[in-house]
Design a binder for this molecule. Sequence first.
Ligand code: AMP
Ligand code: GLY
Length: 419
Amino acid sequence: MSKVMVLGSGGREHAIAWKLAQSPAIEEVLCVPGNPGTAQEDKCRNLPLSPLDSSTLISAAHAERIALVVIGPEAPLVTGVSDALRRSGISVFGPNAAAARLEGSKAFAKEFMERHGIPTAAYGRFTSLEAGRQFLQSCALPIVVKADGLASGKGVVIAATRAEAEEALARFLAWGPVLLEEFLEGEEASFIAILSEGQVLPLAGSQDHKRLGDGDQGPNTGGMGAYSPAPILDTAMNERVRREVMQPMARALQAEGLSFRGFLYAGLMITRDGPKVLEFNCRLGDPETQPLLLRLRSDLYPVLRAAALADPLPTTLDWDPRTALCVVLAAPGYPEAVRSGSPILGLPVHEAEHTKIFHAGTATRDGDIVTAGGRVLGVTALGASVAHAQQRAYDLAAGIHWPGQQLRKDIGWRARSRS
Ligand code: AMP
Ligand code: GLY
């Protein structure tokens, strides 16, 4: 029996810890720092340490005889927590900092894709207002303006006019290089795979809902809901993404001497010309993880452990054929100015087998669970169809309240509009 450590405290990490705890090979899951949701899970224990503090994590991992550390969010990956843990002999699932630049720097990711012929939008990289302006004079509209570094979804502007593009260019240049990118038309989807030293094991496809409002209106968020499978990623398209994006990426990472043992997330635009990469992340998506792991039947632990050790990966994973759908319940003011601290009313004590409520931004206060972040809960359900999963998730969400709660009413609309 083994002990694992999961770094992070969001809905994604609750789902990872919950899934790992179901493994017969797992004795205990230490959640660092975890959240009130992970605190309630069987075999899970929260450890109030920072997921960014490598030396404390190394001591804790040795003291607890941890067999595997799974890194949930991007910050510890980009700042080199994986590297530090590996150097001290700990098995880690999550890429080193050098490879996590695929997420940490959009310019690095674009240049990498260009070098290796990975399909993506045409772009230019600019460090001066003058050169950027000159490019904007003759480019097609709309044009996409992107800040180079991690910006939690706030570093992308789709400019309909040259004036709007110039304004964003000037604003983003204050932080560093700026990309001006061809606008791609199509439908977005998330394709995540486990990579380990050249091996590729794809997960099921999924689709996120990045905008705050129904009908994909309003500001960008971390994601207001997700579901899996995504009909746009049918068998043929999945195969194309594996062949045109994931396998070449796995080979390219090896060719450039970048060790990668972790999740590679391709944010895709499925265009008329096929799949094109909008962005890479070096971790699971949040909230894509919640429906994905509700569908996953295979034991996750041996797969992550094999990937961390660069042992052979299985060729496929076993998925529940039903649809899983996650509706995010968010705090008032999200994403701009979150207001926290409201007691959460109506959280069920027992959940049906086909539903699961994942905690994201919650805290415990005087024995009550209160809101403590932008995205508060991920209400997730399995159903025989998208409509059925949707109905179950929304029925469950309807009983959970706090003042000013925000949620989208249309998670899954793209899939439903097809059928
Ligand atoms: P990113 O952070 O690069 O994923 O961009 C955030 C969002 O902006 C994406 O989810 C897309 O909806 C949109 N976006 C980014 N790049 C493009 C592009 N080249 N063409 C169209 N939409 C884009
Ligand atoms: N849901 C999008 C992301 O995790 O980046």
